[in-house]
Design a protein around this ligand. Structure first.
Ligand code: ARG
Ligand code: GLU
Length: 631
């Protein structure tokens, strides 16, 4: 996850591994470079430009909410897909933006030595340019500051999306897993005013002309090929203390997984009884299940790799080295603060995963915040459209039982104890909460929020601030302790470059996974009776004509990625687009804390599957005609 502006420090290694580009091809502020073809898509994904007329590609799951918003019973674009057959049919998406990085700059000296404020830097950087946005980010726990200047475009229209049975093929069953057969892409177009500047949506806007867009390679990938990824990874913690890792893997993840297993079981019980409930809860289920599955992979990976023990040995060696220096004793101080933090942090997480998931309580809170009756009506309508009370009630009982069992006794709110004493059981308390009158739900929400704000949050934030201050020194200490090691700053949703190679892996003893999947595998999974594996009939018909077995679908590589890298361009040694990143393998999800090249793999859509789907399912040759091909 290297900083693009410092890619010259990595370029020799990248070239030794196969890259044929120069540092200036990847990142330059003076000439068009690949960075100009990459955007932060919305608030948490990556996208890339693939034509001279503003065409952009990202994941299906990144465009999901836009596709859903344009869908209705008559036009169900989630189910059937959507293809604009001309520019006039492209659909605007109020609120959706893309951000191009103009430049990034080390401002540590300005901030630390000269005392310039971040606000001043931002004001200067954004003065006089249309759509300019800037932010100052701390890297390496406050040891460095970078200014990032973006140009934000806000007229971004939906152009194409496959049916979910392709774009989300395998659903939550295959999520985080290999072998994978998901066609996880959607296509948008960036629009600009007549001077190519950012502008709010207008029918007069014209397609944006990018400084640079990706050329697509159809040559395919093979094991060992060099690849790199440009994108916006959200968050990693590669340099944390063993106690931080132990908390994640042994305390937090197992508890949260357990709670979510119960909620998912309740949801799927009702979803399997009714198609209407399945539709209502499919998106909720997907988001509960996504982290649930990732955490299981993460805790297993950390245990299997002995990460806590390895970090402890590292800390012992660090302290040995640090004797008599300014760094001595840092790891012990961190351990002591982590011990103090643990009960509060755990109470915070248990609150979020229990009381924080009661749907009727969030409705009551949202109604309380709404400005007027009209706004309240909107809140009610959107809430009840996707609400099934038996699920919420059963979850409430399960989650409140767990809350009482898991939160340290001294931290349990008086309100919780009073309610149990008053009703005698959580079931009876549920009768009050779900009586139909929202008063009890509103009280529930207020009392829990008040408890959290007064008794938990102040402790968590005080201790976290102290921990972060120590990390600033510990980070510098680690760099001094290992002068030969190359450190990259933890991910923070700013643009990064990761590189690696196409590679299979061994998920378990005696098992080897090849790094590619094909349409043959889609057909092997196809099953009209299983929701996640029921492909569209048109795909079956095409396949039946013969000759499509080897159509490539997904591939694996060793690039270090995380959430936010969804939609990132996967690029070959010549700088051409070969895939779109969308996931990692389950066994390697501990890479947010420790990256193990043996087992950590990113999963990409093979760009040729996108071409196949646009041609055969979308029947949209005009889109292919816009793209540029290397071969
Ligand atoms: N695991 C991927 C990510 O973290 C994909 C999630 C969307 N897909 C799904 N089946 N829920 O975002
Ligand atoms: N699916 C993730 C995303 O939405 C990327 C997978 C990962 O966490 O690596 O960003």
């Amino acid at each position: 996850m290297w900083l693009p502006a410092l890619i010259s420090q990595r370029i020799a290694d990248m070239q030794a591994k196969g890259l044929k580009l120069s540092a200036e091809d990847i990142y330059s502020v003076n000439q068009a470079s690949l960075k100009d073809a990459v955007v932060l898509f919305g608030s948490g994904c990556t996208g890339e430009l693939i034509s001279g007329e503003g065409l952009l590609i990202t994941n299906h799951h990144c465009g999901y909410s836009q596709i859903q918003r344009h869908s209705s019973v008559e036009h169900d674009y989630l189910r059937d897909g959507f293809w604009a057959m001309n520019r006039g049919e492209e659909l605007p998406n109020p609120g959706l933006t893309v951000k191009f990085l103009e430049r990034m700059e080390d401002v540590t000296a300005l901030i630390v030595d000269k005392g310039v404020s971040a606000e001043d830097l931002i004001r200067q950087a954004t003065a006089g340019g249309k759509g300019l946005k800037a932010q100052v980010e701390s890297l390496f726990y406050g040891n460095q500051y970078y200014l990032f200047v973006f140009r934000e475009y806000s007229d971004v229209r939906l152009v194409g999306a496959p049916p979910s049975s392709i774009g989300k093929f395998g659903g939550d069953t295959d999520n985080w897993m290999w072998p994978r057969h998901t066609g996880d892409f959607s296509i948008f177009r960036v629009y600009a005013d007549r001077d190519n500047n950012p502008a709010a949506y207008s029918p007069d806007n014209v397609p944006y002309t990018p400084k640079r867009f990706f050329t697509i390679s159809r040559a395919g990938v093979k094991e060992g090929d060099f690849t790199f990824i440009y994108g916006c990874p959200g968050s990693t913690q590669e340099y944390i203390h063993s106690e931080g890792v132990r908390y994640v893997a042994e305390i937090s993840d197992p508890a949260k997984v357990d709670l979510r297993t119960q909620r998912l079981d309740i949801q799927s019980k009702y979803m399997s009884q009714s198609q209407a409930v399945r539709i209502q809860y499919s998106s909720k289920y997907a988001s509960v299940s996504n982290a649930w599955k990732k955490w299981q992979g993460e805790m297993k990976g950390i245990a299997k790799n002995n990460v806590v023990e390895r970090k402890r040995r590292y800390e012992a060696a660090f302290e040995q080295w640090a004797k008599g220096t300014e760094y001595a004793g840092l790891t012990q101080k961190l351990a002591a603060l982590y011990a103090e933090l643990e009960p509060y942090n755990f109470a915070r997480e248990m609150y979020q995963e229990t009381a924080g998931t009661v749907e009727i309580a969030s409705l009551a809170a949202a109604l309380g915040r709404a400005a007027d009756e009209e706004a309240r009506e909107r809140v009610r309508a959107s809430f009840y459209k996707d609400y099934y009370q038996p699920i919420d009630r059963e979850s409430f009982i399960a989650m409140m039982t767990e809350f009482g069992r898991r939160v340290p006794a001294g931290l349990v709110p008086a309100y919780y104890k009073d309610k149990l004493a008053q009703h005698g059981s959580i079931e009876a308390w549920a009768d009050e909460i779900f009586s139909g009158d929202l008063g009890a739900a509103a009280e529930f929400s207020n009392r829990f929020t008040g408890w959290y704000r007064e008794e938990i949050y102040p402790q968590v934030s005080r201790l976290n601030a102290a921990i972060t201050a120590l990390y600033k020194d510990y980070m510098r200490g680690q760099m001094a302790f290992e002068p030969e090691r190359s450190f990259y700053p933890d991910a923070n949703l700013t643009l990064r470059v990761a590189y690696g190679k196409v590679s299979g892996y061994a998920p378990a003893d005696g098992v080897w996974y090849y790094p590619y999947s094909t349409l043959k595998g889609v057909m092997e999974k196809d099953n009209p009776d299983i929701f996640d594996y029921n492909i569209p009939q048109v795909l079956r018909d095409i396949y039946a004509k013969g000759g499509y077995e080897d159509v490539p679908v997904c591939f694996l590589a060793t690039n270090h990625t995380t959430g936010g890298n969804s939609g990132s361009p996967v690029i070959n040694a010549d700088g051409n687009l070969i895939g779109i990143n969308f996931d990692r393998v389950w066994e390697g999800t501990m890479s947010d804390i420790v990256f193990d090249p043996e087992i950590c793999r990113n999963i990409s859509l093979d760009i040729r599957y996108m071409l196949f789907i646009v041609e055969n399912i979308g029947k949209a040759p005009h889109l292919l005609a816009e793209m540029r091909f290397a071969d």
